[in-house]
Design a protein around this ligand. Structure first.
Ligand code: ADP
Ligand code: ADP
Length: 227
C-alpha cells in the first residue's frame, strides 16, 4: 500500500541572485512500512525534503500526498493537526523543551491536540525507551542518548504512520547511535510504521530497505537494497 507520494517537488529559497534551488523536481513514492535512508552531501536538499514531507515547510511547487490526501491543500489548522497526528519528526539536536520533564516532553503533542493521554501507551513507550525512573528529569539532566530517546517518545506518542528523522544519530557515539536506530527499527517492524531517516552514517544507511541519494536538489539514486 502506498503511504506517501511526492510529485515534481521544487523548493526555492530567496530570490534574484540570492535564489537557491534546494529541491529540483523530486518525485518518488513510499510504500507503507518501508525504511528509507536519505543520503547525500551537505546542502543537497535532504532536510528541506524531510521538512516538506513533515508538513513543516511548504513546497514552491509540486505535490505531497499522504495516504492519498494532498497535504498542502489543507488549511493551516488542518496542517497543524497533520503534523501532530500523521508524522513524527526527530531532529539531530533533539529539540526538547528545556523546562518540561521527560513525561511532559513526550506527551506535549497529545496535550496540544487536546486529547487525553493514553497512559498505557505512555508506559509502554517509557519502558521500551528505557526511560522508566527518569519521568521527572529535565532534558539537561539526561545524556544525549536519553534525550534522543525522549524525542523518539514524543514522535511516537501519537502512533504516526510516518516517522521522519533528520540525522537522529549525528550527535551520538556509535553505541548510542545503534541503540537509537534499533528503537526506530523496532517500531518500523512491529507496527509496519514507515521510517525515513537522513543519515551520513553508511552503517545506518545499509540497514535500510531502500536508499535515496540526493545531490543538488535532485534524486541521483533510488534503490531497494534489502528485503
Ligand atoms: P541538507 O539537509 O542536504 O544539508 P538543506 O535542505 O538543509 O540541505 O539545504 C539545501 C539548500 O537550501 C542549501 O543550499 C541551503 O543553504 C538552502 N537552505 C535551506 N534552508 C534555507 C532557508 N531557510 N533559507 C535559505 N536557504 C536555505
Ligand atoms: P491502520 O491505519 O493500518 O489500521 P492504525 O490506525 O492502527 O493502522 O495506525 C496507523 C499507523 O500508526 C500504523 O500504520 C502504524 O504505522 C502506526 N502505529 C499504530 N500503532 C502504533 C503504535 N502503538 N506505536 C507506533 N506506531 C503505531
Amino acid at each position: 500500500m502506498e503511504i506517501l507520494k511526492v510529485e515534481n517537488l521544487c523548493k526555492t529559497y530567496g530570490s534574484g541572485e540570492n535564489e537557491v534551488k534546494a529541491l529540483d523536481n523530486v518525485s518518488f513514492t513510499v510504500q507503507k512500512g518501508e525504511f528509507i535512508a536519505i543520503i547525500g552531501p551537505s546542502g543537497s536538499g535532504k532536510s528541506t525534503l524531510l521538512h516538506i514531507l513533515g508538513g513543516v515547510d511548504k513546497p514552491t511547487s509540486g505535490k505531497v500526498y499522504m495516504d492519498g490526501n494532498d497535504v498542502y491543500k489543507q488549511n493551516d489548522e488542518q496542517l497543524a493537526i497533520f503534523r501532530r497526528r500523521q508524522v513524527g519528526l526527530i531532529y539531530q539536536f533533539y529539540n526538547l523543551i528545556p523546562v518540561l520533564n521527560v513525561t511532559e516532553n513526550i506527551t506535549l503533542p497529545v496535550l496540544m491536540d487536546g486529547q487525553e493521554i493514553n497512559e498505557s501507551r505512555l508506559n509502554e513507550l517509557l519502558d521500551t525507551l528505557k526511560l522508566k525512573g527518569r519521568e521527572n528529569h529535565l532534558p539537561n539532566q539526561l545524556s544525549g542518548g536519553q534525550q534522543q530517546r525522549v524525542s523518539i517518545g514524543r514522535a511516537l506518542m501519537n502512533a504516526p504512520a510516518v516517522v521522519l528523522a533528520d540525522e537522529p544519530t549525528g550527535n551520538l557515539d556509535s553505541k548510542n547511535s545503534q541503540e537509537i536506530i534499533d528503537l526506530l527499527k523496532l517500531s518500523n517492524q512491529k507496527y509496519n510504521q514507515t521510517l525515513i531517516i537522513i543519515t551520513h552514517d553508511e552503517n545506518i544507511a545499509l540497514q535500510a530497505d531502500r536508499i535515496i541519494a540526493i545531490e543538488d536538489g535532485k534524486i541521483t539514486r533510488d534503490e531497494v537494497i534489502n528485503r
